[in-house]
Design a protein around this ligand. Structure first.
Ligand SMILES: [Zn+2]
Length: 354
């Protein structure tokens, strides 16, 4: 049975066509919106997926991201260091696996200034040896012990002086309040008050200046601890030493390759000279190419950057070969090589060697 307001077939199909059209426009709009707002990420995700299936198949574009001015490093200098680092892998792979791109494109390389480089700069400014050597470690450790011993004494003496000052300040304020309540002070009493106030003021200035000096030495001590911890790890020194002196300081990571929301990037935190920067960049580019750490201490892909030069060792080359082999082919081969040691220290603190 039909009712009076039932739609005729042509009306129904017309409404449906209108609805389909509306749906199509909505889907297209959503797609355009996603492309516009998430375009670079989608593109990057697609590239990462492709490089996962066909590793080293097409060159990875790298570029210069942000450079903190405090490094005193120009974009040209970073660009040439990057070109040298990229050439290491291009040569080894026998084809272009890295290619320079315009600023911010592809794999962005950032120079991130934090307490690691700050510590190094501060100690250098004081004329202390900070190179990666046992001699530098020993002289830094001696300077640390000396400064640390004197600092404890100075801190407790400063606290005592400040407590004494607060007592005298309270006495002075009480006297002023008493005269104010009385509403009268003799000229002699006024002179005594004036002289007490100026004495308090000059004492306070002295305490403040000593406090500034103590704080600056605490900063220096922290900078020393950070650098000492880095040296302990980089020089592969005694683990007991590390645990004894490691304290809460010292994330020793110099650089880091990361993929954030499908956008790959390299952050560099600390470098001592051009050659070391190139080596560090080459190491992080290795990670971008899919290489893991290798056990050889001198190797470029060693977890601790303790070697020198840009020569790739046999375990670097074997790891390059593994990383550049498609996982489809890799699974047909023999068992994978043993896992490299843990990656760089996590952001919250150093990994304690065990
Ligand atoms: Zn690494």
């Amino acid at each position: 049975m039909s009712t009076g307001d039932e739609k005729r077939p042509e009306e129904v199909s017309g409404a449906r066509r209108l609805f389909d059209l509306f749906l199509l426009v909505a889907v297209l709009n959503a797609a355009i919106w996603v492309l516009l707002t998430r375009g670079p990420q989608l593109l990057s995700a697609a590239r990462l997926l492709r490089s996962g299936i066909f590793p080293c198949g097409s060159p990875i574009t790298y570029s210069i991201g942000g450079i903190d001015q405090r490094f005193g490093l120009s974009a040209e200098e970073l660009g040439s260091a990057l070109a040298e680092a990229a050439a290491v892998w291009n040569r080894a792979a026998g084809r272009e696996v890295f290619r320079a791109g315009p600023s911010g494109a592809g794999l962005a390389v950032n120079m991130v200034y934090d307490r690691r480089q700050e510590a190094l700069d501060k100690l250098r400014g004081m004329g202390l040896k900070t190179d990666r050597s046992i001699a530098a470690y020993k002289s830094l450790k001696a300077a640390y012990d000396e400064l640390s011993a004197g600092l404890d004494l100075r801190q407790s003496s400063l606290e005592a002086r400040l407590a004494e000052y607060r007592k005298r300040e309270a006495e002075y304020n009480a006297t002023v309040a008493r005269y104010n309540r009385r509403g009268f002070a003799s000229p002699q009493q006024r002179r005594r008050l004036d002289s007490a106030r100026s004495e308090l003021e000059s004492d306070f200035a002295l305490i403040k200046s000593e406090e500034g000096a103590v704080n600056s030495d605490i900063d220096t001590l922290n900078a020393m601890a950070t650098t000492i911890n880095q040296l302990i790890v980089e020089l592969n020194l005694d683990v007991e030493q590390y645990n004894r002196e490691g304290s809460a300081m010292g994330v020793y990571e110099e650089g880091h390759y990361r993929v954030d929301k499908a956008l790959p990037a390299i952050d560099i935190y600390k470098y001592s000279d051009h050659d070391q920067l190139v080596r560090l960049l080459a190491h992080e580019l290795g990670h971008a190419l899919g290489l893991e750490h290798v056990p050889g201490m001198e190797s470029l892909m060693s977890p601790v950057n303790s070697g020198s030069g840009l020569v790739l060792y046999p375990d670097d080359l074997a790891e390059l070969d593994r990383a550049c082999t498609s996982p489809l082919l890799r699974s047909r081969r023999q068992a994978p090589p043993p896992q490299a040691p843990a990656l760089h220290a996590p952001a919250e603190g150093p990994e304690r060697p065990s």
